[in-house]
Design a protein around this ligand. Structure first.
Ligand code: SF4
Length: 434
């Protein structure tokens, strides 16, 4: 029995303090992981694990060999003139690189899940600039944490444990000097970790932008908070919020999914980043930063890989094997039905995209590379099972705070199951030979 300390790839926090007991074939025990992390290790033997390639014949799913699945995929790709590649946030950077190479070889369009998640913050930051921070800095320096539109307690289960309750290196105290502010229209599980001096602000749905605008105004000219409050938050609470925002030595706003939608025809993230800048210009003592809460374990990786090889962090369109300019995204491409087949890697768009889009995606041949059953695996024309990254294969990934982490291979995958990078290389080579 081997006991080792490993990194969990259950979410973007990539906790590196997990202990596993293994006999070299199976993982017997996992110590220190949250339920989500435990589920990740349990996937090895889970009922919903995909261990066989499958293709759809006359509407029926049929088990086939790996080579037969590759051949069917090649047939679909060769018929296509407008292939779409999507996902890539739960694979290694090496696989992301091969995904982009495949898109170039087949003159496709490639996007990652980031484009409908935290990539929106990065795109906005191209206009406004952004002050980012790291987990280490939050633990060591922050005295103010604002969870805005973010239910971190459930989406990234051990995050608050680490950043809120840990004792910082440069502070003799920990949780007791950290103020937590939660701003959300829904009373999520994250409200449950609040202490007596923390601030819970249950804002009305879609009113975040109004609140940010009032805070920006107040930063420039005091007395602009209306007596009636904003978005269901009363004047006194707003004053307390502003006091913390401008008075904290080091504060961080953790941006969640709740802030990523357009409100009142305005870009909420843009207004928030501008507010952060305004405060930092005035702030004499320290700094206010932002932190993006993308949940997939290598969502940040695709932005880095795409940026490093193309100068663009998302939405890459190839034509004549060259990158060309485009203003399209995965959403607009599917919406306009501007594709004739899709290659989905490590994600389940049929479940997570709005049904208007998933119905359009289902109309065209779909090739899936993934390791667990999902709504997408039930509709895919070809499904190729992949090894579990961080357990059955290693690779480079980027943590939630954009820190690179090398994942190790702990066990061998079942026979005939290859990792995402190998599968993508196989498709590229088969296409070149065909
Ligand atoms: S918080 Fe995320 S990385 Fe940490 S143990 Fe849970 S699932 Fe794994």
């Amino acid at each position: 029995m081997v006991i080792e300390r490993v990194t969990c790839s259950g979410c973007s926090l990539l906790c590196d303090d997990i202990i596993i007991k293994s006999d070299g074939l199976y993982i017997e025990e996992v110590i220190g992981a949250c339920l989500k992390g435990k589920e990740r290790f349990d996937l090895l033997t889970a009922k919903n694990r995909i261990t066989k390639s499958q293709i759809k014949n006359n509407g029926e799913l049929q088990k086939v060999t790996y080579i037969e699945a590759i051949e069917r995929a090649i047939k679909i790709i060769k018929k296509s003139s407008k292939p779409l590649l999507y996902g890539f946030s739960t694979v290694s950077c090496e696989a992301q690189l091969k995904g982009i190479e495949l898109a170039r070889v087949i003159n496709g369009f490639i996007d990652s899940n980031s484009i409908i998640c935290q990539g929106k913050v990065l795109n906005t930051a191209k206009e406004t600039g952004i002050t980012l921070t790291t987990i280490t800095e939050i633990i060591n320096k922050m005295d103010l944490l604002i969870l805005w539109g973010a239910n971190a307690a459930e989406s990234i289960p051990r995050l608050l444990n680490k950043i809120l309750f840990s004792r910082g290196k440069f502070r003799m105290t920990g949780r007791e000097i950290k103020t937590l502010v939660v701003i959300d229209p829904v009373k999520t599980a994250s409200f449950g970790v609040m202490g007596v001096r923390d601030i819970a602000l249950q804002i009305e749905t879609g009113k975040d932008i109004e609140l940010i605008r009032v805070l920006k105004e107040e930063c420039c000219k005091t007395g602009s908070i209306p007596d009636t409050g904003v978005g269901g938050i009363d004047k006194d609470d707003l004053k307390r919020l502003l006091l913390h925002l401008t008075g904290a030595e080091n504060g961080v706003i953790l941006i969640g999914q709740g802030l990523l939608k357009t409100q009142e025809d305005g870009n909420v993230v843009k207004e928030l980043l501008e507010l952060v800048q305004l405060i930092n210009v005035k702030q004499q003592k320290g700094r206010l930063s932002v932190f993006m809460l993308g949940g997939h374990y290598n969502m940040a990786g695709f932005d880095h890989v795409a940026l490093s090889i193309s100068g663009k962090n998302h939405s890459l369109q190839f034509s004549n094997n060259q990158l060309v300019e485009t203003s399209e995204t995965i959403v607009s491409k599917i919406d306009k039905e501007d594709f004739d087949c899709s290659i989905i890697v490590g994600t389940d768009p049929i479940s997570h995209l709005p049904s208007r889009l998933s119905k359009k995606l289902m109309k065209k041949p779909l090739i899936l590379v993934d390791n667990k059953q999902s709504a997408t695996s039930y509709v895919a024309d070809v499904t190729i099972p992949s090894a579990i990254t961080g357990i059955e294969c290693g690779g480079l990934v980027y943590r939630i705070d954009h820190i690179p982490i090398e994942l190790k291979k702990l066990l061998s995958p079942p026979s005939n199951i290859h990792n995402d990078e190998e599968i993508l290389i196989k498709l590229i080579e088969a296409l070149k030979e065909a």
